[in-house]
Write a protein that binds this ligand. Structure first.
Ligand code: FAD
Ligand code: FES
Length: 284
C-alpha cells in the first residue's frame, strides 16, 4: 500500500487517544439548528488528522438528571473534527454540530467557560494525496470533516474541489472559506440549482482519475460508492453510523462488509470512520 493511502488505515493505531477536559471558548449558531463550537485542550493533546473524530460528554449536573431517566445521555457522542489548531499553550479544536437530540441540544445551550469531556482523537483519517485531485463530497452535516481536510490540502498545495449539498440555503455553512473551490446545491433549489450532491457529482468533469472523499447520510455514500465503482475511481467514505461506546467494545457501530468470517463487519468506531468504499457491502 502506498504511504499516503496507508495513513488512512493506520491513523487509528498510530495516534494515542487522550481523555481531557476542554474549556468551551465559543459556541455560535452558523445555520438553522447548527452550531460551531471552539474548545481549548491541553497543549500536549495529540495532533489530529482530517477525518478523525472525538467523543464527547458534558461535564455538569445535567448528565445526572438525564441519566436517571434515560441512561443513554451518559454515552459519549461522536463528532468529526471541523478544525484543529496548535497554539503556544494549548490546542484549539472546532466542532460543527446539529442539535438533533438530548446531548446535542444540551451542547447548543452551553456557554463559554463550560467544561466538556473530550476523548480523542480517534479513528482513521482521509488520505491526502499529492498526485491527483481530491473531490470532497459533503451531504448535510457531512460537510463537517471537510473544512479541516480542505485546510490541510490547501496548506500542502494539493489539488482539490468540494461538492456540498444541503436541504435548503439556511442549512449551508462555511461557504466563504473555500468559495472558489466549492459548488453547492440544495434539495429545494433555494441556493444554486435544485437537486442533491449526487447530481453535482454526475455533472462533474472527471479528469485524471481523482480520488473521491465523501461524508453524509448512508444512501448518499452508497450512491457515491456506486459512481466510483462505475468510473473505476478510488473512493473513501466516512461512516456516520449511530455509535454506542465509541471505543471498539460494544459492536453497536458494525457495518456489513464484503470480507469473510471476522471481516464480515467493519466496526466503524475502530476500523473507521474513514474506510475504502469497496470494503462496504452496500446492500447488506
Ligand atoms: C464518526 C461520527 C462523526 C459524527 N460527526 C458529527 C458532526 O461532526 N456533527 C454532527 O452534528 N453530528 C455528527 N455525528 C452525529 C452525532 O454523533 C449525533 O447527531 C449525536 O450522537 C446525537 O446525539 P443526541 O444525544 O443529540 O441525539 P439522541 O437523543 O441520541 O438521538 C436523537 C436522534 O438523532 C439520531 N442520531 C443519533 N446519532 C446519529 C448519527 N450518528 N447519525 C444520524 N442520526 C443519529 C437518533 O437516531 C435520533 O433519531 C457524527 C457521528 C459519527 C458516528
Ligand atoms: S460503538 Fe461500540 S464498538 Fe463501535
Amino acid at each position: 500500500m502506498e504511504p499516503e493511502r496507508a495513513r488512512a488505515v493506520s491513523a487509528a493505531t498510530r495516534i494515542p487517544t487522550c481523555v481531557a477536559k476542554a474549556e468551551l471558548l465559543t459556541n455560535r449558531t452558523v445555520a438553522t439548528d447548527t452550531y460551531l463550537m471552539e474548545l481549548k485542550l491541553p497543549v500536549d493533546w495529540p495532533t489530529p488528522e482530517p477525518g478523525q473524530f472525538v467523543s464527547i460528554t458534558i461535564e455538569d449536573d445535567w448528565q445526572e438528571t438525564q441519566s436517571g431517566e434515560t441512561g443513554d445521555a451518559l454515552l459519549r457522542r461522536p463528532f468529526c473534527l471541523y478544525g484543529s489548531e496548535s497554539r503556544d499553550d494549548c490546542r484549539i479544536i472546532e466542532i460543527l454540530f446539529t442539535a438533533v437530540g438530548k446531548v446535542t441540544k444540551r451542547l447548543a445551550c452551553l456557554e463559554p467557560g463550560a467544561l466538556v469531556d473530550v476523548l480523542g482523537p480517534r479513528g482513521t483519517a482521509f488520505p491526502l494525496l499529492p498526485d491527483c485531485e481530491s473531490i470532497l463530497i459533503g451531504g448535510g452535516r457531512g460537510i463537517a470533516p471537510f473544512i479541516f481536510t480542505a485546510r490541510e490540502l490547501r496548506r500542502k498545495s494539493y489539488p482539490f474541489q468540494m461538492l456540498y449539498g444541503a436541504r435548503s440555503a439556511d442549512q449551508l455553512v462555511a461557504l466563504d472559506e473555500f468559495a472558489e473551490l466549492t459548488t453547492t446545491i440544495t434539495d429545494d433549489g433555494s441556493s444554486g440549482r435544485g437537486g442533491t450532491v449526487i447530481d453535482l457529482l454526475m455533472d462533474c468533469k472527471i479528469d485524471n482519475s481523482p480520488v473521491l472523499l465523501a461524508c453524509g447520510p448512508h444512501g448518499m455514500l452508497r450512491a457515491v460508492a456506486q459512481f466510483a465503482a462505475q468510473k473505476k475511481l478510488e473512493c473513501w467514505v466516512s461512516l456516520e453510523e449511530v455509535f454506542g461506546c465509541s471505543m471498539g467494545i460494544c459492536g453497536g457501530c458494525a457495518v456489513p462488509a464484503k470480507g469473510d468470517d471476522y471481516e464480515r463487519y467493519i466496526w466503524a468506531c475502530r476500523q473507521g470512520p474513514v474506510v475504502d468504499a469497496t470494503r462496504i457491502d452496500w446492500n447488506g
